[in-house]
Design a protein around this ligand. Sequence first.
Ligand SMILES: C[S@@+](CC[C@H](N)C(=O)[O-])C[C@H]1O[C@@H](n2cnc3c(N)ncnc32)[C@H](O)[C@@H]1O
Length: 368
Amino acid sequence: MKPIEIQQSRYGTAASRWAGVGPYYAMFPTSFATAAVKEYTKRGDCVFDPFAGRATSLFAASSEGRVGLGIEINPVGWVYGKAKLQTARYKEVEERICWLGKKARNYQVSAKELPQFFHYCYCPKVQEFLLAARSLLDWRRSKTDWTTMALLMIDLHGKRESALSNQMRQTKALSPQYAINWWKTRDLDPPERDPVAFMLKKIEWRYAKGCLDSGFGHIYLGDCQPILTRWKDRFLENKVKLLLTSPPYYGVTNYFYDQWLRLWLLGGAENPRSAVDSCKRKFENKQYYIRMLRQVFINSKPLLKRNAVIHVRTDARQFTRETTIEALESAFPGKKLKSEKHSMPDFTQTVLFDSKLVAKGEIDFVMW
Ligand SMILES: C[S@@+](CC[C@H](N)C(=O)[O-])C[C@H]1O[C@@H](n2cnc3c(N)ncnc32)[C@H](O)[C@@H]1O
C-alpha cells in the first residue's frame, strides 16, 4: 500500500479520528486496547480503568458496545477523555469557536500582561483567543465546552508549521526559560495565525466522519484512591468484566509538570509547578508507589465480577515490574498470572515521549 492509502484507511472512520484525541504521555495504542476489549468482554460488559489517562481503554470499550468506566487525576487527560466519550455536535463546537473569536477582543490588555514566554510562544491574536477560552469555557460541566477545550488543547503546542505555538514538542511542554533561549538562538518567532480559521479547519477534519456519542463511557476526574474507597459498597459491585489499565510508571514522568501549558489553559498557573501532592509528581518515592499500586488493585476488587480479567500494561524495568506483580498477586491471590514483554518501538507507549525509554519496553500482565 502506498503511504497516502495507509493514511486514508487509518482515518477512514469516526472512531479512528476521535481515538487520537489528544497528545498525552504513555497512552495505549488504540489497537491494543480494542484487542483486549474484544478478547475478554462481550457487548454490554463493563471495562474499568482506574488510571484512565486520555481514556483510550474506555473509548475502545465504548466504541465496541461495552461500557467504559474510569478515573483520571490529570485534568488534561480527563478533558480528552470526556470529549471522546461524550462529544458535542459539530455545529455546537463550531459556534463556540466563532463566539470565542469575538470575545477574544476583550482580552487585548490581559494578553499584553502575560509573562514573556507567551509572547515568544504565540502571536497576539492567539494569545487573546487562548485567554478567552481559558476564562469562558466551562470545561468541567458543559459538553460543548469540554469538547471545544479538548480540540483546542491538541495543537496548543507542537510543530511550528502545524500548531498554534512556536516550535515545541506536542506531547510535553518545555519549561519557559529553556524554550525562550531555544527560540532566540534559532531566530524563531511565533507563527502568525488566525485562531478561529485554524480551529475551524481542525474540527472540520475531526468531524468529517462523524463522532461517537454512544453514552456508554464515563470518566471521573480525581484521585482513584479515595474515589475507589467511596465506591466500595456502592452500585458498581461485581459489575466489571475487564480491568484494563496502565498505572503511572515509577520515576518516569511528571504528568502535571510536563503538561503545564495545557494545564494553564484549563485555568492553572502561568509557570510549570512541581505539585506538592505525591500522586501528581513523578512517583519517585518507592514506599508510596508500592502502597499506591497495592491499594488501587485491592480497592478495585469489589467492583470485579468473579470471572473478571485483569490486564495491566506497564514499564518493564525492574522496580515497576516487580512492584506491579507483587501488588496484583496480593490483591487477586486466587487468579493466575501470565506476563508478556515487548519492546517493539511501534508498540511502546513511551515512544512518542522519550526515545531513551524505547529500548526498555513495556510488559503486559494478564490475570484470570
Ligand atoms: C500510564 S498513564 C495511562 C495512560 C492511558 N492508558 C492512556 O491510554 O491514555 C497513567 C495515568 O494515571 C494517572 N494517575 C496517576 N495517579 C493517579 C491517581 N491516583 N488517580 C487517578 N489517576 C492517576 C496519570 O495522570 C496518568 O494519566
